[in-house]
Design a protein. Structure first.
Length: 323
C-alpha cells in the first residue's frame, strides 16, 4: 500500500518495529498536504463492541499557533472494520509550517501485555513554499538579508486564505502558489522609505502601501503608491505626491486612515508650506500621479481615497472656511 511513497524519504521515525514503531512521510504540491504513517505492530487489537482497550492512532495537525485538526484512526482486523474520525470539509490556508502530533495507542492489555502510547511530535516545513520564496528572490535579484517585510495577510479577494507579502530592495512581491512582483520607481533601496499594509474599503481588505523618494533637477518628491492583489497579481491603485522639495522650499502632505460610510478611507491633507506661497508657486502639476496638495487651495482641503472592488475612488474634502 506504500508503493506510491517510495520516492518520499522518511521525515521522522520513533519506536521499535518489534513492539510498535512509526515512520512518517509527507508530500506537498503547493495546495494539498498528504501524510503517510507506516505503523509496525506485532498484533492489532480491536473489539466488536468498540468499548475497551483498542489500538488507535490519534493525529493532530495545526498551522503554527492555529486550532488543530484532529483525526482518529482505528485499524481494521478480522473482527472489526477500520474506522476513521475526521472533520468534514477540512480546509487549510497558506502557512509555512505545520505542527504534527501522532499518538499510536498500542493496546496489548487484552492479550496479556501492557497498553502503551507511542508519541511522534514534529514540525512539517512546507519545502515547496520555501523553494518558491527562493525562486522569487533569485528572479528579483534579492538576498534573504535584503528582506524588510515578510508577512501573511488577507490581500486577495479572489482567493481563499492568506497571501505572503515580501518586500526588499526596490521590489514588492506576493507569494501564493506562484509569485508576482513589482519593481518600484526608486534608484536605490534607501529611496524606498516605507512598505506596509493598510486597511481600505468595505471588509477592511488589506492593500499594499509604499513611499518612494525620487530625486532630480535639484529637487525631490515622495510618491505614496497603493496596490491591491487580484488573482495573485499586484494591481496598481493610485500614485499620490505627498512631498515636494526644491532647495529650501518644501510642500508636504500628511495622511491617515479614517472611518467612512464605505469602510476605512485614506485621507490626505496638506501641511503648511515652507518657502512657497500662492504667489511664488510656479511648479507644473504632475501628470503621472495625483499632484501635491496645495495648502492655499480654496476649492478643497484634501482628498479621500476609498477602495471599491479593485479600484480606488477619490473624493474632495470640503475647503476650510476663512475666518
Amino acid at each position: 500500500m506504500l508503493d506510491d511513497w517510495k520516492g518520499n524519504p522518511v521525515l521522522a521515525r520513533i519506536g521499535d518495529p518489534k513492539d510498535g514503531a512509526i515512520e512518517l512521510r509527507c508530500t506537498w504540491d503547493g495546495t494539498s498536504l498528504g501524510l503517510s504513517l507506516d505503523i509496525a505492530d506485532d498484533r492489532v487489537v480491536r473489539v466488536r463492541s468498540g468499548k475497551g482497550h483498542e489500538d488507535r492512532v490519534d493525529i493532530s495537525l495545526s498551522a503554527t499557533g492555529g486550532k488543530p485538526i484532529a483525526i482518529v484512526v482505528y485499524p481494521g482486523n478480522a473482527i472489526v472494520k477500520e474506522k476513521i474520525l475526521a472533520p468534514a470539509n477540512t480546509q487549510v490556508g497558506s502557512t509555512p509550517s505545520f505542527e504534527l502530533r501522532v499518538n499510536f495507542h498500542d493496546a496489548d492489555q487484552a492479550t496479556g501485555g501492557d497498553d502503551t502510547d507511542l508519541v511522534l511530535a514534529t514540525t512539517i516545513n512546507l519545502g515547496d513554499r520555501k523553494d518558491l520564496l527562493d525562486d522569487f528572490l533569485r528572479t528579483a535579484h534579492l538576498k534573504h538579508a535584503d528582506i524588510k517585510v515578510d508577512v501573511m495577510a488577507d490581500l486577495d479577494p479572489d482567493r481563499r486564505g492568506k497571501e505572503r507579502l515580501v518586500a526588499g530592495g526596490t521590489v514588492i512581491g506576493v507569494i501564493t502558489d506562484q509569485f508576482a512582483y513589482v519593481t518600484l520607481p526608486a534608484q536605490t533601496p534607501s529611496d524606498v522609505r516605507e512598505v506596509r499594509l493598510i486597511p481600505l474599503g468595505a471588509g477592511q481588505l488589506q492593500v499594499v502601501e509604499a513611499i518612494v523618494r525620487q530625486s532630480g533637477n535639484g529637487g525631490s518628491r515622495d510618491l505614496l503608491m497603493l496596490w491591491t492583489v487580484w488573482s495573485g497579481q499586484l494591481q496598481p491603485l493610485a500614485q499620490v505626491e505627498v512631498r515636494k522639495q526644491q532647495g529650501a522650499s518644501l510642500l508636504e502632505s500628511e495622511w491617515k486612515i479614517a472611518k467612512s460610510a464605505h469602510g476605512p478611507e485614506l485621507v490626505v491633507t496638506p501641511k503648511p508650506a515652507v518657502g512657497w506661497n500662492a504667489e511664488t508657486w510656479n511648479e507644473q502639476a504632475a501628470d503621472d500621479a495625483d499632484p501635491i496638495l496645495l495648502p492655499w487651495d480654496t476649492k478643497k482641503s484634501g482628498t479621500g481615497y476609498t477602495l471599491h472592488g479593485h479600484e480606488v475612488s477619490r473624493r474632495d474634502l470640503a475647503a476650510r472656511r476663512k475666518h
